[in-house]
Design a protein around this ligand. Structure first.
Ligand code: ATP
Length: 245
């Protein structure tokens, strides 16, 4: 696998906020088709790192390549067109619109992107809602849903874009145990057609889903490996998992 060209790659990626080195020189390679988890203590730089990948936050220095093309300075909306979708922490949702209307906006955006005006947008919307288990709530106002369900609306919006890379930032926050189980099944399903980059604090979810795990600490890459390797890594245990994990 090591010689397969990465779908997404960073070299020496940095993002400094004044004196704070939120992301401090990260070399990262994401393989096409994998589920990669990013973990690390609070403030490690995880959200900042994926914000750089999505174009939401400007890079201080270093490069980002997508399928070999330098996208370091490409605006966020163009990255979405290239197939990099990022579910924000709810900020994407129109609170006063229904769940279905929110998802339909994403579907229509993709149709415009792909020039596929002949697609049945209502059917596509219904499919995305079914995938995340929100069909029953399609006509509810998005802003009135529980927090965890609003996160799922965002995932449906991301899915509706048919991304080749889907970046999920703490998607299971606010979900019940059974909803988390359904969500894990959904991620496996999505992974059949997309590469997934997942920031996640729930270690059960990480260990269950990830093909590989990247550990960040203080803006730097601390370790990378399979779930078993990361579990056994003493440095990771000290920095993040705690020695008892
Ligand atoms: N826009 C910003 N301006 C200034 N500092 C920021 C900004 N965004 C993030 N930071 C700081 O950068 C550091 C990394 O934050 P980031 O949110 O990327 O970490 P994280 O690993 O995602 O943390 P958490 O797990 O708590 O979400 C933190 O010290 C944070 O306060």
């Amino acid at each position: 696998m090591a010689d397969v060209a990465p779908i997404l790659e960073t070299q020496g990626l940095k993002c400094h906020f004044g004196g704070l080195k939120a992301v401090d020189g990260i070399d990262f390679r994401l393989r096409e088709g994998e589920i990669r988890a990013i973990i690390g203590p609070n403030g490690a730089g995880k959200t900042t790192f994926v914000s750089l990948l999505s174009g939401r936050t400007p890079v201080t220095s270093g490069t980002i390549r997508f399928r070999g093309e330098d996208i370091t300075r490409m605006p966020a909306f163009k990255r979405v067109r290239h197939g990099i979708a990022y579910t924000f922490q709810i900020t994407n949702i129109y609170q006063k619109l229904t769940v279905a209307e929110n998802v339909r906006i994403a579907v229509l955006g993709r149709m415009q992107r792909d020039g596929s005006a002949d697609l049945d947008d209502r059917r596509e919307t219904a499919e995305a809602l079914r995938a995340v288990g929100l069909s029953d709530r399609a006509q509810e106002k998005a802003g009135e849903l529980a927090y965890g369900h609003q996160r799922l609306v965002e995932v449906a919006m991301g899915l509706a874009l048919r991304p080749s890379v889907l970046i999920l930032d703490e998607p299971t926050q606010g979900l019940s145990d059974s909803e988390i189980e359904d969500f894990c099944a959904l991620v496996r399903e999505i992974a059949r057609t997309a590469t997934i980059l997942l920031i996640e604090h729930n270690m059960d979810v990480v260990m269950q889903l990830a093909d590989r795990i990247t550990v960040l600490n203080r803006g730097k890459l601390l370790a990378e490996g399979t779930p078993a390797e990361i579990r056994a890594n003493a440095e990771v245990q000290a920095a993040y998992l705690g020695t008892g994990a």
